[in-house]
Write a protein that binds this ligand. Structure first.
Ligand code: NAD
Ligand code: IPM
Ligand code: MN
Length: 358
């Protein structure tokens, strides 16, 4: 098979720890299935600020652009938290999403049966939960005009939230397309009772829905959705929402699966090119201790194989390996629920790697 090029930008905190495990899994999959992967590493985030003076060096962006897909760890940390905007790791993350045109962020939350006890919710509530958050990723309040100004009441800060119809249309189509391949249910989440952007969002989703008569569409206000996610998670199939609501709701959805360390993501544009990263951050509180759960990043690699390379069988093999290792009772501390003896990041990675077979 032809060689697939993968840009690896591990970032900060636990980023390099979890990415290292995902890379080993990737190469194992290559051996088992006869695929050839070539990785190229580049600096990104806080470490890039320290070494190159910017969170997203031009060279890093080039490495990503000439690759077929990107594997990302996480960025950020207390060291850079008081930096000005241009010198924040998070600004690099927003920049790379925008530069690569990755407007659609898929965040699947699947409850592994054996992990029902790892969640803080009751097992019977979690039963059958398998949902996908489709988060708009390059618009909204994250990317609107931001500034500060002096007023008579003191300094004022402004963040602008803007969406145009084309931006809503393309993410709505992505979500409907995904729903068509799943249980054909779509919940569009907005705050149309208050926000003008949400009213445009809802009108647009309703218009696009005409192209998808088979999909059952509901509109849910974001505050209600936050509640319904805990009350009836298994009733959701696909959730489509704007950038900031999607950020918040997906961390909430992570807890259905037992831990934020379980949630994978894919960021896509119009083609098959994609950036794959765990939903969690750099976890400064546990960084450097070998405590991080690598499963979110390993499952993100499975998404890369399936969505960018079309290697569905290999993706299935990774997901099966993860399920097998969890079924056997192996846990990192975030999902141990005080029960099993906790494994380190590398021990968990190794078990999963060894469970990969055709
Ligand atoms: P976080 O996701 O890094 O951590 C939240 C909590 O979850 C912490 O207690 C952490 O220890 C735990 N956790 C996260 N990932 C885990 C894993 N794989 N295994 C076990 N436990 C895990 O969120 P935060 O603490 O709010 O943010 C820390 C930094 O990360 C900030 O600088 C933030 O901006 C950044 N961040 C980056 C990304 C990204 O790169 N995509 C995402 C979110 C936050
Ligand atoms: C995420 C993160 C980022 C976001 C931050 C770090 C900019 O929370 O990927 O979910 O808000 O998109
Ligand atoms: Mn987030």
């Amino acid at each position: 098979a032809e060689t697939k090029k993968i840009a690896v930008i591990a970032g900060d905190g636990i980023g390099p720890e979890v990415v290292a495990e995902a890379e080993k899994v990737l190469h194992k999959v290559g051996e088992v299935f006869g695929y050839s992967f070539e990785t190229e590493h580049a600096l990104f985030g806080g470490i890039a600020i320290d070494e190159k003076g910017t969170p997203l060096p031009a060279e890093t962006l080039e490495v990503c652009k000439r690759a077929d897909a990107v594997l990302l760890g996480a960025v950020g940390g207390p060291k850079w938290d008081n930096n000005p905007k241009e010198l924040r790791p998070e600004t690099g993350l927003l920049g790379i999403r925008k530069e690569l045109g990755l407007f659609s962020n898929l965040r699947p939350a699947v409850v592994f049966d054996c992990l029902k006890d790892a969640s803080t919710l009751k097992p019977e509530v979690l039963e059958g939960t398998d949902l996908m958050v489709v988060r708009e990723l390059t618009g909204g309040i994250y990317f609107g005009e931001k500034f500060r100004r002096q007023t008579e009441q003191g300094e004022e800060a402004v963040d602008t939230c803007a969406y145009n119809a084309a931006e809503v249309e393309r993410i709505a189509r992505q979500a409907f397309d995904i729903a068509m391949k799943r249980r054909k249910k779509l919940a569009s989440v907005d705050k149309a009772n208050v926000l003008e952007t949400s009213r445009l969002w809802r009108e647009t989703v309703i218009r696009i829905a005409e192209e998808y008569p088979e999909v059952e569409l509901e509109h849910v206000l974001v505050d209600n959705c936050a509640m319904q996610l805990l009350r009836r998670p298994s009733s959701f199939d696909v959730i489509v929402t704007e950038n900031m609501f999607g950020d918040i709701l997906s961390d909430e959805a992570a807890m259905l699966t037992g831990s934020i360390g379980m949630l994978a993501s894919a960021s896509l544009g119009e083609g098959s090119y994609g950036l794959y990263e765990p939903v969690h951050g750099s976890a400064p509180d546990i960084a450097g201790q070998g405590l991080a759960n690598p499963i979110a990043t390993i499952l993100s690699t499975a998404l890369m194989l399936r969505l960018t390379f079309g290697y569905g069988e290999a993706a299935d093999a990774i997901e099966r390996a993860v399920a097998e290792v969890l079924d056997a009772g192996h846990r990192t501390s975030d999902i141990a629920a005080g029960r099993a003896e906790a494994l380190s990041t590398t021990q968990m990675g190794e078990l999963i790697l060894n469970a990969i077979r055709k």
